[in-house]
Design a binder for this molecule. Sequence first.
Ligand code: ADP
Ligand code: ZN
Length: 206
Amino acid sequence: MKIILLGAPGCGKGTQAARIVQETKLPHISTGDIFRDNIARKTELGLKVKSVIDGGDLCPDELTIAIVKDRIKEDDCKNGYLLDGFPRNLVQAKALDESDAPDIVIQLFVPFEQLERRLAGRRLCSKCRSSFNTADIGERTDCPKCGGELYIRGDDNVDSVRERLAVYEQQTAPLIDYYGKQGKLVSIDADKTREEVFESVLKVIK
Ligand code: ADP
Ligand code: ZN
C-alpha cells in the first residue's frame, strides 16, 4: 500500500506516522527527517538546506523530488511506502504521480489556531524522540518519559512557524483538492487525542 500523510505543520503527522509504521511495517519516508538528519551530520545537502528550513520555507523541488524518487527505489519500498511531508506542492505531487502514484492520501485536519500553539510550544526529546508541548509539561528541560534532554527544533520559533503555516496554505493545501478529484483523499479530524486520531487512521488503512 502506498500512503501519503497530508496535513499542516503541527497536525501530528509524525506521531501518527510512527504508529502506522508499527502497524503496517511500511517504510516511513519523512522528507523533514531526511533533511534534519543531513543538517545534523553537516553533509553537503544539509549545509545547502539549513537556512531555508530554519526560515520555514520549502527546499527546492528538484532536489526534494530526486531524494524521494531515489528513496522509493530502495528494496524496502517494494510493497509500498508511507510518505510524510511529501508532496508539499503540485509540482511534487505531479512528479510522484508519474513514477509512484499513491493509493490513498490521509489528510489530518486541525483548526488553524491550534497549529500555531502546538508548534511554538513543541519540545522534543533528544534521546527517545518523543514529542511534548509546554501546555502539558511546562518549561522543564528533561524528558518526562526517559529523562533525556529536551530541545526545540530550529524551525519552531514564532517567525518560522508563521512562515510554515503560510507556505502550507499557499502551496500544500491545494493538494487536498488535487487528490480529492482523484478519489484518493480521506480526511480525518485530528483535533483529538493521539489515540483517537490513530483509531480513525486504522479504520482507513484496514
Ligand atoms: P513540519 O513539522 O513543519 O510538518 P517537516 O518535518 O515535514 O515539517 O519538514 C520540515 C522542513 O523541511 C519544511 O519546513 C521544509 O523546509 C523542509 N521540507 C520537508 N519536506 C519538504 C518537501 N517535500 N519539499 C520542500 N521542503 C521540504
Ligand atoms: Zn525521552
